[in-house]
Design a protein around this ligand. Structure first.
Ligand SMILES: [Zn+2]
Length: 373
């Protein structure tokens, strides 16, 4: 079976893993391969994201690297028609583990003699990549900004990865990671750029469909920064719609903090009212120019999705209320529920099901919460 990596914008061929973006136009790459979803091909005896291995790219189907990611709980919370997908119940405490497991599996099957990898991250993806590298003894350097929270930095070090803190914007952190990968002869696997990472995230859509008995909720709310989950979800649902397994893609609502809403600005073609803070408590949503912004806008538009912004006060109240429901989310993850919380009365009175993806665990941001509580 054919598997190709091509530029999202111009279609130029991109060398897997060796080139981290299109050398012609600088855009991120995407994967092309035969996609065919079929319920009969689900590996029912596997209780992780790998039960969907048959729908992943060919390079991801052997010598699998896994810490047991996926198969996360789907619960009813506060009212019968609000569902929560607890993605923080993944090995490193965040949804990124699906992307990391998939990406590193493909790397191992695609490039021989990998000496090590470099990744840049606000925290969760770095911790996740570090965990999976540790599981196979692969050297790993994580580049974080000065605002990386203590808990995530500690997590990276706990997994035995090198952590380099870089001054400057998230984009400068990424540029440093690329340079350092070249200098060391390592592979740059920045999750905001890597096309394989998106493919692992796709399993979230399959899992939601299977856990709801193929009756998808009408609306799905999720926090968005680099957009890997957003793109993965839309791709996964599209495949299931194409296969006739589900009726249609749910309304996808991306949520961002008012203090940093690049997707909102691009999608709505308008700037939001100025936020009352410079820096949001949503530390994981810090990318100001996500590389896949154009792709996110295109894909969200194609499925008639929406983008909402929430204030700092709303994020903190949502975080607190989630706690009262037994859900300990990090503030960056509470942004999605903050948007739902606004419409709670309407949702309760309606007959639609709304699903919130809770992406990261609250224990990852205790210092931030201590400052604001
Ligand atoms: Zn290109």
């Amino acid at each position: 079976m054919v598997e190709e990596v091509v530029c999202y914008s111009c279609g130029e061929a991109v060398k897997p893993f060796v080139e981290w973006r299109c050398i012609r136009c600088g855009s991120p790459a995407v994967l092309r391969y035969d996609r065919e979803f079929a319920v009969s091909k689900i590996k029912r005896d596997v209780h992780s994201m790998w039960r969907y291995v048959e729908f992943l790219p060919p390079s991801m189907r052997k010598r699998i690297i896994s810490l047991g990611e996926g198969d996360t709980p789907l619960i009813k919370a506060s009212t019968p028609n609000i569902l929560m997908k607890l993605e923080y119940v993944n090995p490193s405490g965040s949804f990124k583990d699906r992307g990391s497991a998939g990406m590193l599996t493909s790397l191992r099957n695609t490039v021989e003699d990998v000496k090590g990898v470099c990744e840049d991250s606000s925290g969760n993806a770095g911790a996740s990549v570090a965990a999976y590298c540790a599981s196979i003894g692969l050297p790993c350097v994580i580049f974080g900004g000065e605002s990386m929270v203590y808990e995530k930095a500690l997590q990276v070090r706990t997994y035995g990865a090198e952590l380099e803190v870089v001054k400057g914007s998230r984009e400068e952190v990424a540029a440093t990671a690329v340079r350092e990968a070249e200098r060391r002869g390592y592979i740059y696997v920045g999750h905001a750029w890597n096309p394989y990472f998106l493919e692992g995230m796709k399993t979230t859509a399959y899992e939601i469909a299977e856990q709801t008995g193929w009756n998808l909720p009408e609306e799905i709310y999720l926090p968005v920064s680099a957009g890997t989950l957003l793109i993965g979800l839309i791709n996964g649902f599209a495949e299931m719609v194409e296969a006739g397994v589900v009726e249609k893609t749910p309304k996808i609502v991306a949520v961002q903090p008012q203090a940093n809403p690049p997707l909102y600005t691009a999608y709505k073609k308008t700037s939001p009212p100025e936020a009352d803070v410079g820096k949001s408590v949503a530390d994981a949503l810090s990318l100001r120019n996500p590389p896949r912004l154009r792709q996110m806008v295109d894909m969200l538009r194609a499925v008639k999705g929406d983008v909402e912004i929430v204030s700092e006060d709303e994020i903190l109240k949502a975080h607190k209320q989630l706690g009262w429901l037994g859900v300990h989310a990090e503030p960056s993850s509470a942004v999605a529920y903050a948007a739902v919380r606004r419409k709670l009365d309407d949702i309760v009175a309606s007959d639609i099901d709304v699903l919130v993806i809770v992406t990261g665990m609250g224990l990852k941001s205790t210092e931030i919460l201590k400052l604001v509580q």
